[in-house]
Every structure is written in structure tokens, then in C-alpha cells.
Design a binder for this molecule. Structure first.
Ligand code: ASP
Length: 718
């Protein structure tokens, strides 16, 4: 009997332990973290040290720099990923000064170079504004009216908040579509500079081959610094600016972390879609992702070919190739995962059970009975139009000259309107950035590539079925042979246009429609012809969003009743916390992966051929076993990357991985292949994310880069 009681007690204890140790799915909004009981999971500091509206807390050390980064010194030093800073490094590089290839080091602050167009946002506070936002929704509104009314209200709140808080940025984020809205206030810094960036052969070691893969050996880190005006206010770049002093910066745990250690992460995850229905998953799997994989793959091969013989040309394309390849491989991972896990079928099963639950109660049935069918109907319509919409979308997104022409044309239309009525890109607060984006795109513009991309996408448009014609494209073809007509149009248009000159392009952004007409530019004429088609598409998409938002809000309600649990909102680029443990996994039969890689693996993988080339100095240091204080005591080598079961997605790139004391042990930069599917469904079994170990960051910076002063600045040497 005694034994039995002991046995039961053991079971209870084990159950309790496994629950308290069990990592849970979730990118938790800061407003929800008090529900987590993080202490029982391994957090050693007070929750107030993570977020405290009345005092200093870790969230002030976390910064949105496109993806995420964190402050690591009192002088505004930011640690983020190599791939996050990549665009800025590329923009600063020339054939002669190739910072991608050789890396970049500012020996002192005067040598730091502007990371053009890059901004940093620090979350200062947040507040639920759902009531205020939804107060504009009236019973008889159409879905388009509803979407428009909500959008306008969000803009109004933002404007009001920014007027009340000069110098700050505000944003209303949709947490649960059609249901909850949160207002965030940010400190907004506009002068960021590059400080130290390792060469490609470290920062991008393994390249696209290793991207989204474990085991990993990439030193995906770089340092930037934020600057402000001498009076401490945020300002555009000026040589007179001074380093920004963050309210809080992270302490570095130069000893790193170990297998099974508790870790947590703060960051700005982009988008997840875990609350969507099977219709959405099927659409992604069968239509949208295969289209994008094909289209991106085609563009990548063109750009690679163009750059083969000229490094100057290659440099122009690098950043875009990297972005497209990253998405393409992510989608390939997702497509494999969807199939392997039969995710769509599984979701259909869940929906079947939900339907049964709804059907069991009369009132429930009346309220929720047809939600899934209605969502399904909308997806039927989306599928039917998909190819047309995708082609139309990429005409504007993939062809630089069309993007320029369209933006200029649209600016003239939008600038006529009141600020709050405008498309957000043309609102006063966003207009400077819209212009900067044009400028940066033009820097990398390469006419021969652009012409080829234009031809291909217009050919795809010309081949759309009769019911999905794009009038502007038909005008070009004029019933003749599409290829000849499109070739002819392209030759003439690129020869005549002046929008590829920076001065003309930027000047045109503030010209009236009349003045633009007088310019008689072929790409402005094309924009004008395309404009009504895009407007119509926008209306369609707004109507869909309105309808889907309402349905998804109901779906969440009834799912909560069914599963008897609360949900947290999908990722939406707002600040989130996730936690877990450094842990390996077994992705396939008879395979187990350890969660820590070392320098030995870098050496092992090195073939000398890009992307598996390694600087000689790393070899020398390795041979001499010059690991300094950064050697892992058991592995007897420098740890390079770590793997953990935290819940992350794109946007978490650069997020600080923190130990139980809130100290920096790594910088998140990727996920394992199986975890690309995270965006639809998380699982302890396969969801693993990857960080570069802080010990590798420090070792490379000190021993390879010889940049002792940065380690001093981060207080790594007392
Ligand atoms: N490497 C990823 C990205 O580029 C980060 C992630 O999605 O996990 O977005």
C-alpha cells in the first residue's frame, strides 16, 4: 500500500514537473505575460524586470530595426543579425569597398557609416483601444465601408497620439482581427550606423544551402549604433549627432548557456496564421505558395546570371536575391511540412468536431452555424481570382520601373486628399520614408534585369484567361502577338523614361497630376492605365477582409467555448515574449540532433568554395586552440549556434535570447527546416529555432576582428 501511495505521488509529481517544464506554444503579448508563471519555469528575475510601466525594464533594451535587435551598451550599441543589417551593408558597398565580402569595421565612432533608410523603434507603452476603434462600426455598413471606417479610426488615433507625444511614433495594431486593437507608442530613431560586420564567409557561412537548416554554423551577427541630436531628440543623420543612451541595455552572459537551460526571448515576430481555417491552408498549399516559389525562383536565376561577370552588377542584386531566396526556401519548407503533417486534413478534422459542437446547441447553431461555410465561400472566390491577383500584384512589386511610375502617379492622387484619407504610404508621417524607399530601390536598379522581369510578368499577364484580362496589358498587346508587342513596348519605354534619374524621380513625387501628364513619361502613362485595375482590386480585397474579419472574430469566440481555453493573438509585428529550453530534436526516424554546434563543425563543413569558405585566420585560431574564455567546458571548442524550442517566426531575427537572469546568451536568426511550418502550427516535436551563440559573437569579434574595444564597451572585460 505504502508503495502504491509512493507510486501515485511520483506520478503526480512527474505530471506536475512535466507541466511546469513543458514549454508552451506562444508569442505572448507583454500584456499577457503575468499569466505564464515564468518563475516556475526557470525565470530567476522578477516579472517587473521584463516589463514595468513605472520603471526600467528589459523591453527598453529591445528594438525594432526592421526585424529585432537589442541595446548592449549605454552608448546605443545594437546587436542584431548579419542578415538584418545586410541591406544597409550592401547599400554602403561598392566594387572597391566590398563590405559584404570583407566585412566592415569602424575603428572609432567617426568611421561608423550610415545605415541608410534604417530606423529603430523602442516600445514605450501600450493601451487597449478596441472600444474606440470598433465604435465606428455600424450595423448596416457594407464590408468595404466597415474596413475603411476601422482603418480611418486607427489612423485618427495614431495622429492624435503623435500630436500629443511629439517626436514619438504611434501605431494601432490589430490583435484579433475585427475584435481587439492595441495602441503602441514608440521612441523612433532615424540615425543608425554600421559599427562592425563580419565578412560574408562568417556572417553568411553556409548561405542559402544551410538557410532554414540545423545543424548550423553561421555567425549571423552585426553591430550598429543609434544616434540622436545633441539635445537627445531623435533626428535624421547628421555628423553632429551623438550616440543614443538607451534607458536599458542588456547584460552579456559571456559564459553562454547550456542544454536544457531555460531561455526566453523578446522581439517583434512578423506574422503567424494559426487561427485560420483549412480553406486558407489549402489555398496556401495549392495555389499561392507554389506560384511564389516559381516566380521568385525565376527572378533569382535571372539576377544571378546578370551578376556572373561583374561584381558591381552582382552587388546591386545581392540583397534582393537574398530576400527572395529566403522566402522561397521558407515556402518550400512549408510545402513539405504541410504535406508531411497532412495539416490541411487535420484542420478539416478539427473543423468537423467544431461543427458538431456548434450543432449540439440551438442558440449556438443560430449564431455560429454557418461561419465555416461562409469562410469557405470567400476562399472559393479568392481561388478563382488568384492567378490574376498574383500577377497583378507582382507587376507592380517586381518591376522597378513600374513601381517607380506607379508610386509617383499614386502620390499625385493621394496628396490631393486630407492626410487621414490617404493611403498610409502618402500620409505626412510616412511620406519621407516612402521617398527613401524609392531612392534605395533606385540605387540597386539595373536596367537589363528590370527589362527581363517586366517582359516575363507581362507575358504571364497576357496569357491570363479571357475573364481576367488586365486592360493596360491588353492595350500594349493590342490584339497582336504578345511577345513582339511587349518587346517593342519595353524597348521604347526604357529608352524614353526619365524616372530612372534620382533627381527626376524624387521631384516627381510632389508634382501635380497635370505636371506629371506634361512629363509624358511612358511609365507614368502605364501607371495611369493600371490605376483603375488596382483600385478595383483594392476594393475587392477590402470587402473580403471586412467579411473575413467578422467571421474570424466569431470563429475565435466559438473555438474558445469548444476547447475551453483562451488564445493569444497571432504574431503581428508587435512586441512579444516567448520562452522554452535549449533542446535538441529528432526530425526523422533514427535521427537526433544535438542543440549546440561548435567551431569544429565550421572547420568540418569548410570546402573553400562559397558559401562554405572560411577565412584563414579562423583556421589559424582553431589550430592554435585560441578559444580564450569562450570555450565550452565539455565540448572543448567555441560554441557557434544553439537550438531551442521557443516559438518564433520571421521578424524574430535578431531577437535577444536571454537566460533566466535576463542576460544575453544568443541572437536568434533562423528556424530548423521542420519549423518553417510554425507559422501555421507549432509543436514541441518539430518547432526549433536557431541563435548564434553569444560566445561565438564575442570570440569572432575579439579574436578574428580584433575589436577589443567593443567587448569593453559591452562590459565583457571588467
Ligand atoms: N531567418 C528567418 C527570417 O529570415 C527568421 C525566421 O523566420 O525564423 O525571417
Amino acid at each position: 500500500m505504502k508503495n502504491m501511495i509512493g507510486f501515485f505521488l511520483l506520478i503526480i509529481l512527474l505530471t506536475f514537473l512535466s507541466h511546469s517544464l513543458l514549454p508552451e506554444e506562444g508569442m505572448w503579448p507583454i500584456s499577457e505575460i503575468h499569466k505564464l508563471d515564468l518563475q516556475s519555469k526557470g525565470l530567476e528575475i522578477d516579472l517587473k524586470e521584463i516589463y514595468n510601466p513605472e520603471g526600467l525594464s528589459l523591453i527598453y533594451a529591445v528594438v525594432n530595426v526592421g526585424a529585432t535587435g537589442s541595446f548592449v551598451s549605454p552608448d546605443g550599441l545594437i546587436l542584431t543579425n548579419h542578415h538584418v543589417a545586410y541591406g544597409s551593408v550592401q547599400a554602403a558597398s561598392t566594387k572597391e569597398k566590398d563590405y559584404i565580402k570583407h566585412g566592415f569595421l569602424a575603428r572609432d565612432r567617426s568611421e561608423e557609416i550610415p545605415a541608410k533608410g534604417r530606423t529603430a523603434r523602442i516600445t514605450e507603452s501600450y493601451r487597449d483601444v478596441s472600444k474606440e476603434v470598433l465604435s465606428v462600426v455600424k450595423k448596416r455598413m457594407s464590408f468595404v465601408e466597415r474596413t475603411k471606417a476601422i482603418e480611418k479610426k486607427m489612423k485618427e488615433i495614431v495622429k492624435k497620439t503623435e500630436q500629443k507625444n511629439p517626436g514619438k511614433r504611434a501605431e494601432v495594431a490589430e490583435m484579433f482581427p475585427g475584435k481587439t486593437y492595441v495602441l503602441f507608442i514608440f521612441t523612433f530613431l532615424r540615425d543608425l550606423r554600421l559599427v562592425y560586420v563580419p565578412p560574408r564567409s562568417i556572417g553568411e557561412f553556409g548561405g542559402d544551402v544551410d538557410n532554414w537548416m540545423w545543424p548550423r554554423h553561421t555567425g549571423d551577427f552585426s553591430f550598429m549604433r543609434a544616434y540622436v541630436a545633441p539635445d537627445g531628440s531623435p533626428a535624421e543623420y547628421s555628423p553632429k549627432n551623438v550616440p543614443f543612451h538607451p534607458k536599458k541595455y542588456l547584460k552579456i552572459a559571456s559564459g553562454g548557456a547550456n542544454e536544457e537551460d531555460f531561455v526566453f526571448m523578446l522581439g517583434y515576430p512578423g506574422r503567424t496564421y494559426r487561427h485560420r481555417t483549412s480553406h486558407y491552408l489549402a489555398f496556401e498549399e495549392e495555389i499561392r505558395m507554389p506560384f511564389v516559389v516559381d516566380w521568385y525562383g525565376w527572378q533569382i536565376s535571372v539576377m544571378q546570371k546578370m551578376g556572373e561577370k561583374d561584381r558591381g552588377v552582382a552587388l546591386k542584386h545581392l540583397s534582393r536575391i537574398k530576400g527572395l531566396s529566403n522566402t522561397m526556401k521558407n515556402y518550400q519548407g512549408k510545402l513539405t511540412g504541410l504535406k508531411r503533417l497532412q495539416l490541411t486534413a487535420k484542420r478539416q478534422e478539427e473543423e468537423k468536431a467544431l461543427r458538431e459542437f456548434i450543432g449540439k446547441d440551438k442558440e449556438r447553431k443560430a449564431k455560429y452555424g454557418d461561419i465555416l461555410e461562409r469562410v469557405g465561400k470567400i476562399y472559393e472566390q479568392i481561388r478563382e481570382q488568384a492567378e490574376y491577383e498574383l500577377v497583378l500584384d507582382y507587376i507592380r512589386r517586381s518591376v522597378n520601373m513600374i513601381y517607380f511610375g506607379y508610386t509617383v502617379y499614386e502620390a499625385a492622387v493621394e496628396l490631393q486628399k486630407d492626410d487621414l484619407e490617404r493611403e498610409s504610404a502618402y500620409m505626412e508621417r510616412n511620406f519621407p520614408q516612402t521617398k527613401r524607399r524609392l531612392e534605395l530601390t533606385l540605387r540597386n536598379y539595373y536596367e537589363p534585369t528590370d527589362k527581363m522581369i517586366m517582359k516575363e510578368i507581362l507575358m504571364r499577364a497576357a496569357n491570363l484567361p479571357q475573364k481576367h484580362r488586365i486592360p493596360a496589358v491588353d492595350d500594349i498587346v493590342k490584339g497582336g502577338k504578345p511577345e513582339e508587342a511587349i518587346d517593342g513596348f519595353i524597348e521604347k519605354a526604357y529608352a524614353e523614361t526619365e524616372l530612372d534619374e534620382l533627381g527626376v524621380l524624387i521631384d516627381s513625387m510632389t508634382k501635380s497630376s497635370q505636371k506629371l501628364k506634361e512629363m509624358n513619361d511612358p511609365f507614368l502613362k502605364l501607371a495611369k492605365a493600371l490605376y483603375p485595375t488596382y483600385q478595383k482590386l483594392k476594393e475587392t480585397q477590402e470587402a473580403r477582409k471586412g467579411a473575413l474579419d467578422e467571421l474570424y472574430a466569431l470563429l475565435i469566440d466559438v473555438k474558445k467555448q469548444f476547447l475551453k481555453k483562451d488564445f493569444i493573438p497571432d504574431a503581428n509585428r508587435t512586441l512579444r515574449l516567448t520562452f522554452g529550453r535549449i533542446r535538441g530534436y529528432d526530425p526523422a526516424d533514427a535521427v537526433y540532433y544535438n542543440p549546440i554546434t561548435t567551431l569544429d563543425g565550421v572547420i568540418e563543413k569548410t570546402t573553400g568554395v562559397e558559401p562554405f569558405d572560411t577565412p584563414q585566420k579562423i583556421f589559424d585560431l582553431y589550430k592554435a586552440k585560441d578559444f580564450g574564455r569562450f570555450m565550452h567546458p565539455e565540448l572543448k571548442s567555441v560554441p557557434v549556434c544553439i537550438l531551442y524550442n521557443m516559438d518564433t517566426t520571421g521578424g524574430n531575427s535578431g531577437s535577444p535570447v536571454l537566460n533566466g537572469r535576463g542576460e544575453l546568451v544568443g541572437i536568434n536568426f533562423d528556424r530548423a527546416w521542420e519549423a518553417t511550418i510554425n507559422d501555421y502550427a507549432w509543436s514541441e516535436k518539430y518547432s526549433r529555432s536557431i541563435a548564434v551563440d553569444i560566445r561565438y559573437v564575442l570570440w569572432v569579434t575579439q579574436k578574428y576582428g580584433g575589436v577589443d574595444f567593443l567587448l569593453k564597451e559591452m562590459n565583457v572585460f571588467k
